[in-house]
Design a protein around this ligand. Structure first.
Ligand code: SF4
Length: 600
């Protein structure tokens, strides 16, 4: 069952020399190694970041559970090795392996990457390379695993198209097993040459409407070299890829035996997804367009899942996951039942995405939230008219009322999240960020009788694909630098902390997420030059990336800093969202109208 030779190299010769060796040995509580001779298919789930981050990803646990609940499939995991581990694997000529059975990744039938964040893409290349799988998908033979990608990155898969055999758009838990079965069926009829792989892929692409096989599509470019759509090269595959949608969300199994990590992770707790989707229509938000339609689980289903997961793990915190928990219709009932069961056991219930509204006030008492951790709010912008324009459904009065309530209930810390560089942003919007943070600080001091901690986090707006703002240009470096300068100058109170997001990392995120297939060359150049863990601020090497982008001949001005009309064709238009592209266009047109009215 176990690949003993790789395990011997790793345990005997490598682990003593790496940081946090526990992340490389598997064997965790609730992990499910299976004897490969007893299964029909083998899938390895790959997360392009460290174990500590990947093990906190709920989607990974969902897919792991969905595939391993099938007796005839083995589903294992792999994460990106840190630089010390990467170096030692290369020095010892050992391939990257799965945690469950130390099986080389190249021996799996499928390798499924979760594409959570654009700045993790160089890690995908590290993993493929260490797995000895050709980076270029067209160079793989029928013997190689099918390399698939899913997650938010599929909003625009073009920058990674070169490296993937196919992408799965939409919800994964029902789609992934279908892809796995379709690939096994095609494999059983295929041979061992790259030509056979091509026909096997064609079989899968023709069968599943949520599958995108990049090699069967050709980018359409205009005279300036801009990609203006992707055309199919075969007539048996869809022109537009439709998202897979779990229709009966209530009946979809919840992972109730989550793996308990060996080492400390970003989130160490039971997580239960209570609803999928968000009724909000914030125009900058990609999550709301990718996760629609809105679906809920019943209170008793959630309570039962929490009960089972608690008994299977021993965690002392249960987190209720969703994009907007305040919109869960029976939140009060749910929290009452959970508290009745778990408070006596000393287990706390956390709700990460609660909006400040009437419901917040009713349920605040039902949450034994750690008051030292504080209240987190995302006003996004500081003035009501701008907030209306970006589509966010709260007002400053709601926010101030929520803060007042929190301070009165013993909170001493408020974290605020803002965005800088949104379409139509005015000087008053930037000034308002500081004014709002300082207003909340003064309010806290008055109510508490001593100064609170107020942190204003300001990120740089990136117009993400599949959002109504996808047609808008991203602001230039100079704009963000000047805005940051203004913010720091306006800040008067020492008690308010201002944290501005790194400008290079936002601009690079913009280039990658809005790119076409030409960006693959820049990603590969940056990776070959040493880019690793670019999502980590202490590891990102911006000069190396900008050089790679320049050497690839990418026109950043056109790709990132150019506005497009709402009927423009964009490189990701073939990937559909549940509401359809018309929705994005309509919302963009409304935004332009509203901005015009604000100017009058
Ligand atoms: S409320 Fe949050 S999740 Fe919902 S659309 Fe707005 S930003 Fe997105």
């Amino acid at each position: 069952m176990l690949n003993q030779s790789i395990k011997d190299i790793v345990v005997g010769r490598i682990l003593s020399q790496v940081q946090t060796p526990g992340q490389y040995i598997g064997g965790e509580w609730n992990s499910r190694p299976k004897d490969h001779s007893t299964v029909r298919g083998k899938l390895c789930l790959a997360f392009p970041d460290t174990y500590g981050i990947g093990m906190s990803n709920y989607g990974l646990q969902v897919l792991y559970d969905a595939m391993n609940s099938r007796d005839d499939w083995a589903c294992e995991r792999v994460f990106t090795p840190m630089e010390d581990m990467e170096r030692l694997l290369r020095e010892h000529d050992a391939p990257l392996y799965s945690l469950e059975t130390f099986t080389p990744l190249a021996d799996f039938d499928l390798l499924g990457f979760t594409l959570q964040y654009d700045l993790c893409y160089s890690n995908v290349l590290t993993m493929l390379d260490l797995a000895r799988i050709p980076l270029d998908a067209t160079k793989r033979t029928a013997e190689h695993p099918l390399v698939i990608g899913g997650g938010p990155g599929t909003a625009n898969p073009e920058p990674m198209a070169k490296f993937f055999d196919l992408f799965v758009l939409g919800d994964g838990e029902e789609a992934l097993p279908q892809v796995c079965e379709a690939w096994l069926a095609a494999k059983s009829r295929g041979g061992d040459s790259s030509g056979d792989r091509e026909s096997m892929l064609a079989e899968v692409a023709a069968r599943l409407p949520f599958v995108y096989v990049p090699r069967f599509y050709r980018p359409n470019k205009d005279e300036s070299g801009r990609t203006v759509g992707i055309d199919p090269l075969r007539d048996d595959i869809p022109t537009e890829i439709q998202p897979a949608i779990v229709a009966d969300f209530e009946s979809t199994p919840i992972p109730t035996r989550p793996i308990v990590p060996n080492v400390e992770c970003v989130q160490d707790r039971v997580a239960v997804e209570i609803m999928r989707g968000c009724p909000g229509r914030c125009r900058f938000c990609q999550s709301t367009t990718l996760k629609r339609p809105l679906r809920f689980r019943k209170v008793e289903t959630i309570v039962q899942a929490a009960r089972e997961a608690y008994s299977a793990t021993g965690y002392n915190e249960i987190s209720l996951l969703s994009l907007s928990t305040s919109d869960y219709p029976d939140l009060e009932e749910l929290l009452t039942q959970l508290q009745a069961e778990f408070r006596p056991k000393g287990v706390s219930i956390s709700v990460p995405s609660l909006r400040v509204n009437e419901q917040w006030r009713t349920v605040a008492d039902l949450l034994n939230t750690d008051r030292r951790a504080g209240l987190t709010l995302a006003p996004e912008v500081a003035l009501d008219d701008m907030r209306k324009q970006i589509g966010k459904r709260i007002t400053n009065d709601d926010l101030y009322e929520g803060c007042r309530n929190a301070f009165e209930n013993g909170f001493s810390r408020v974290k605020l999240y803002f965005m800088c560089g949104l379409p139509g942003e005015r000087e008053a919007d930037l000034d308002g960020i500081i004014d709002m943070a300082e207003h909340i600080w003064r309010m806290g001091r008055k109510i508490r009788g001593k100064p609170p901690t107020v942190v204003a986090n300001v990120s740089n707006f990136v117009p993400k694909p599949q959002t109504p703002y996808q047609f808008n240009a991203m602001r230039r470096r100079e704009y963000f630098a000047a805005a940051r300068e203004n913010l720091y100058q306006r800040k008067r109170l020492r008690g308010v902390q201002l944290k501005c997001h790194d400008i290079d990392s936002s601009l690079l995120e913009g280039v990658i997420c809005r790119g076409d297939r030409d960006v693959a060359d820049a990603i590969e150049r940056a990776w070959r030059a040493g880019a690793r863990f670019d999502a980590w601020s202490d590891k990102l090497q911006p000069e190396l990336w900008w050089q790679a982008i320049e050497d690839s001949g990418i026109d950043v001005e056109q790709l990132l800093h150019t506005d497009h009309p709402a009927d423009a064709r964009l490189p990701w238009d073939h990937m559909q969202i549940h509401q359809g592209r018309r929705y994005l266009q309509r919302e963009q047109e409304r935004s332009v109208e509203q901005l015009g009215e604000m100017e009058q």
